[in-house]
Design a protein around this ligand. Sequence first.
Ligand code: ASP
Length: 446
Amino acid sequence: MNNHIVVTKFGGTSVADATQFSKIKEIVRENPERRFIVVSAPGKRFPGDRKVTDLLLACYKKAEAREDFSADLDKVRARFQEILDGLQIDFPLEEELKSLEKSLAEAPEKDYTASRGEYLTAKIMAKYLGFTFVDPAWCICFDQDGQLDMAMTSRTVRASLLPLKRAVIAGFYGADMTGRIHTFERGGSDITGSLAACATEADLYENWTDVCGLYAADPRIVDHPETVSHMSYRELRTLSYMGASVLHSDAVLSASEMEIPINIRNTNKPEDPGTVIMRHLPSGVEKNPVTGVSGRKGMSVIQIEKVMVSDGSGFSALMLDILKTRALPFEYCLTGIDSITLVIRNDLLEPCKEDLLEEIRTTLNPNFIGLRDKLSLIAVTGEKATEVSDANVKVLERLTEEDIEIVTINQGAGKLNLLIGVPEDRYEDAIRAIYDCRQTLAKKSH
Ligand code: ASP
């Protein structure tokens, strides 16, 4: 008997209407290993549409302000009714919505309200597929401060799912010991999927969405960028952190700890193999040395000069202590012979900028301190970029040819990323130039 388990998560656009539900049925039917299905709440059907979770949060906001929330609740009702009509399913929608309406009218709770999109979607999906419905309130365990209890969740999800032949579990939420509902961050159904995959020791975690995988660059900047067929967890985490958003980064973390491969797929193009994310690439996979390029605007650089920073007198440690006391995170810190460079997000730096500079001056007595804002940080990511080729050199050459100022460069010994600081007004040019350079590297390596 084949005991393979595939946990299959469908995102908001994949459950947006009845047509999408029917595509899911086909996908699930096609592979019996897809035993555990995780769903988001219906997302946007067209640009300008509203996600069900947003409508629910709008209900909550009004209810909390003691305003009339019925118009938004009617929109939620209409979304689900449209799905039920399209699928011709008998489902007690009114009864289910009554409990929500009652809670909104009497004692509105934000997380409970937000979670009802996933709850209803999963119940309807379970009925439509003929699978068992699993409410994560029974098995995704939060403590009373709203933190996930990982150990307990692992045990209870395993105990709830494994005895079942097939099940649909709602994404995005769980409950504490008192039964109170807690949600993850927005986009958190990915986390539920990953928890289910880890708890059941699945062979694969599929994440079905509306794109054919991870792009090698931001499609809002680069025209029709390539999708990457394979990448490592480390590469994905960097690309996601730096702005490529397909999968919640916490979801990647738990799957990578258990070494469960993740496959990003497109519900609207099920024939496309999508992107596979795993620890090591399978042998024989031809891969561009640069996996992808991503970045963030809104960065500042602080440059501190002091003769012999690196002489062991603890100058750098003092600098990091100042940041730690202020709980101010930084993107990276580079120390040189006579200098320290810190890259910090503007939005975090701005509120404490003057105080911080003053503290550095008085505590460290530097020879020079400078600050430059309006920068972007770009990550050129690729496990093979430094090992196999001169890819990073080519990238830097290309930026120079385009006359794009390179304000900082950092390539740690981990050799995963080349981080480049460029002026914010050249960010898009830089991304395009690096992507272009990546494409020439692909041609060379074939
Ligand atoms: N429905 C939630 C959201 O819109 C969670 C999710 O889709 O993953 O953020």
